[in-house]
Design a protein around this ligand. Structure first.
Ligand SMILES: C[S@@+](CC[C@H](N)C(=O)[O-])C[C@H]1O[C@@H](n2cnc3c(N)ncnc32)[C@H](O)[C@@H]1O
Length: 416
């Protein structure tokens, strides 16, 4: 079959995040107090995305950890593909439709869909003697760098990226409907569902017991803060599943991999062991970097306290409960796994060069949080924040010796 990159132009909507570059020499409290931040339900969707493009701070260059998650999930996903119902009986039948929800832009984006399409193509060729046509839908929030993704798909970035399917971009939140009823045969969502649809309002409300003062995330936060995140997470997963229940055809596969925790771990213990907690980019070093900006008079307290990271690591139990509540899916497999942050060799290399470790971690966190930090602080102060983060991480030699793991929950379910 020839390469068939077909990009749905009508769906291309990669509106760049609003330019919030401050005027020169204006990163002061006076300047900042005039800026708007992204609060409120819909606005997070307008700014949340991974850093686009392919420079050192881009997601495309900082997705090793999520690539490990894909490697880990590959056997499970292929297993699901091998055992799934064969929907078509001849090459004149309709196409097979695959969607990647929260696809981002980078190597992983294509690797996941390629894996599914290749798996199915092989099965049809071997078992039924023909190759069906495939449609692949790459879906993410509108702020995702779809332009770069489309260049990859059409082989502009590299000829190796030419694909054997018709491709389309679908901008929108996976917490809403994205496709017509019974449209999809396979839906995958990798390393994306731990991102919440919004920050719970009470977390930024000074008068609420759930006000998350002095922290960027929920690790070590008050019970009320964690509970507010847990409620948001529950509602989000319910919405996600209800939408996919409509969109996936009977017998189709829903494959999800998300940041998670084992059921034995309470929601306040999002990250497990103390080393993993200390080293996680959303915790200590991040809070210190915010405090540095505050101490240096670059931001005020309100600005610091107004920023929260919209992520939540669910437990297996929470996911299972949501699946049972939604109904319509049969869980084929659900597992919790721990992934090592990086190899031993890399750790030794960094121990010899802490500055490069700091830079690498700052790039990683900028690739993930850059767009939302920039929307909150403006470009110049955002740069300052990630620079303080880099310095903090480079100076924390003790952290380097520690090994961090992150937990993921993998679920493979069949639409009943
Ligand atoms: C860490 S990246 C993972 C990307 C890719 N699946 C991978 O495995 O490398 C998470 C992606 O989820 C997307 N995302 C977060 N919340 C989303 C939502 N509500 N709807 C759609 N995509 C979302 C982000 O924009 C980001 O591109």
């Amino acid at each position: 079959m020839e390469s068939l990159p077909l990009i749905s132009a009508t769906m291309v909507s990669s509106a760049p995040a609003k330019d919030v570059t401050p005027e020169p020499n204006s990163n002061t409290i006076e300047w900042h107090s005039r800026r708007c931040t992204w609060g409120g339900p819909m606005s997070l969707h307008r700014v949340l995305c991974m850093q686009g493009g392919d420079d050192d701070g881009s997601y495309a260059k900082n997705s090793d950890a999520t690539a490990s998650a894909i490697t880990l999930s590959k056997p499970l996903l292929l297993n699901a593909i091998r055992s799934m119902k064969l929907f078509l009986t001849s090459k004149h039948d309709d196409s097979l439709r695959v969607a990647d929800l929260g696809c981002a832009t980078g190597y992983n984006t294509l690797a996941t869909v390629n894996m599914v399409v290749e798996g199915l193509r092989k099965r049809y060729a071997e078992e039924l003697g023909f190759e069906p046509e495939f449609e692949a839908f790459f879906s993410d929030l509108p702020s995702n760098d779809f332009n770069y993704l489309f260049r990859m798909l059409s082989g502009v970035v590299s000829a190796d990226c030419r694909q054997r399917y018709f491709a389309a971009g679908v901008p929108g939140s996976f917490y809403h409907r994205l496709f017509p009823r019974a449209k999809l045969h396979v839906a995958v969502s990798l390393s994306a569902l731990h991102w919440l649809s919004q920050i719970p309002e009470e977390v930024t409300d000074k008068s609420s017991p759930a006000w998350n003062k002095g922290r960027a995330w929920i690790d070590g936060a008050k019970e009320e803060v964690v509970e507010a995140y847990a409620r948001r997470s529950e509602e989000d997963l319910d919405n996600f599943l209800r939408c996919r229940k409509e969109e996936i055809v009977e017998g189709g596969v829903l494959f999800m991999l998300m940041g998670g925790r084992p059921s034995s771990q309470q929601p306040c213990d999002q990250l497990g062991d103390p080393d993993s907690r200390d080293k996680h980019p959303f915790t200590t070093s991040m809070d210190r970097a915010w405090q540095d900006l505050l101490d240096e008079g670059l931001i005020d307290e309100e600005t610091r306290d107004g920023f929260n990271i919209p992520a939540y690591m669910r437990s297996m139990e929470e996911v299972e409960r949501a699946m049972a509540k939604c109904g319509g899916f049969e869980i084929q497999r659900m597992e919790y796994r721990r992934i090592r942050e990086h190899s031993e060799e890399k750790q030794e290399e960094w121990a010899r060069d802490p500055a490069s470790y700091g830079l690498s971690k700052a790039n990683l966190v900028r690739a993930t949080l850059g767009p939302i930090v920039e929307a909150h602080l403006g470009r110049s102060l955002s740069h300052e924040l990630f620079d303080r983060f880099r310095r903090r991480v480079s100076a924390e030699l003790g952290l380097l010796a520690k090994t961090r793991f992150y937990g993921v929950i993998v679920v493979c379910a069949i639409r009943k």
